[in-house]
Write a protein that binds this ligand. Structure first.
Ligand code: SF4
Length: 236
């Protein structure tokens, strides 16, 4: 089961990495990779779309917005190589969902257990702002990815954009005619919505803007992960 799921996910990852559906993002990710930030001038940037990664049998899915230009777009692994990732993987480690609190590059030895990390949009967008068309163009990758992650029961949505993406993802997985829920459930830290196949939990995004100002503390993200694990444990 594990190897079959991993093989299918590996094949999907190869497809994702070759995706060129969004011309604006294709140009931006390549421009950033050419110009580079001074601190990383000697490094070769990934500069391509990013597949998700983690445990193929995960019950928890962590959903972010999109790769950061000089973080995941540089290292080639979601949330790896920037302050957001430092905060997130430290939390995963405290929760027993990661074997180490540090995430520097694709060969740093990080292993996730019972969690899969991915994003609504898989290419770094200018100003961290994908367009609605780019969001919708990328969503089918997440539909396919989640379709292969058969054990997922809880989606932890990191920020309002991920929350919106997760609602769209649930609707897409429910069937092509399934509408988005109305009224649309509002994003909030700790807010939960949904039953059936997936439960969604909101969590403020672990960006520096939130973690440096105390809007998102270690205790707050720890509680969200504890709750997600509790739901997963109680789900059939
Ligand atoms: S954002 Fe998604 S759909 Fe658009 S080019 Fe990147 S991987 Fe492809």
């Amino acid at each position: 089961m594990t190897s079959q799921a991993q093989t299918a996910l590996n094949l999907l990852a190869e497809e994702v990495v070759g995706c060129e559906r969004c011309p604006r993002l294709l140009a931006w990710r390549e421009q950033v990779s050419r110009e580079r930030r001074a601190a990383f001038a000697q490094q070769e940037y990934w500069g391509r779309p990013l597949p998700g990664f983690g445990d193929p049998l995960a019950r928890l899915l962590l959903l972010g917005l999109a790769p950061a230009a000089h973080g995941a777009n540089r290292t080639g692994r979601m949330f790896t190589g920037d302050r957001s990732g430092d905060f997130l993987f430290a939390a995963l480690s405290r929760a027993g969902l990661a074997n180490q609190p540090i995430s520097r590059d694709r060969v740093d030895g990080l292993r996730l257990k019972d969690v899969w990390v991915t994003a609504v949009v898989r290419c770094a967008p200018p100003a961290n702002k994908p367009t609605p068309l780019e969001r919708d163009t990328c969503l089918p990758w997440s539909v396919r990815e989640l379709g292969l992650l058969t054990e997922v029961r809880v989606v932890v949505c990191l920020g309002a954009f991920a929350w919106d993406g997760a609602l769209r993802l649930r609707a897409a997985l429910a069937g092509s005619d399934a509408p988005l829920p109305r009224p649309r459930p509002r994003f909030g830290h700790g807010v939960e919505v949904g039953d059936g196949a997936y439960r969604l939990i909101g969590c403020f995004h672990p960006s520096q803007q939130n973690t440096f100002t105390g809007k998102l503390t270690e205790a707050m993200i720890d509680e969200v992960l504890r709750r997600a694990q509790e739901i997963a444990a109680n789900s059939a």
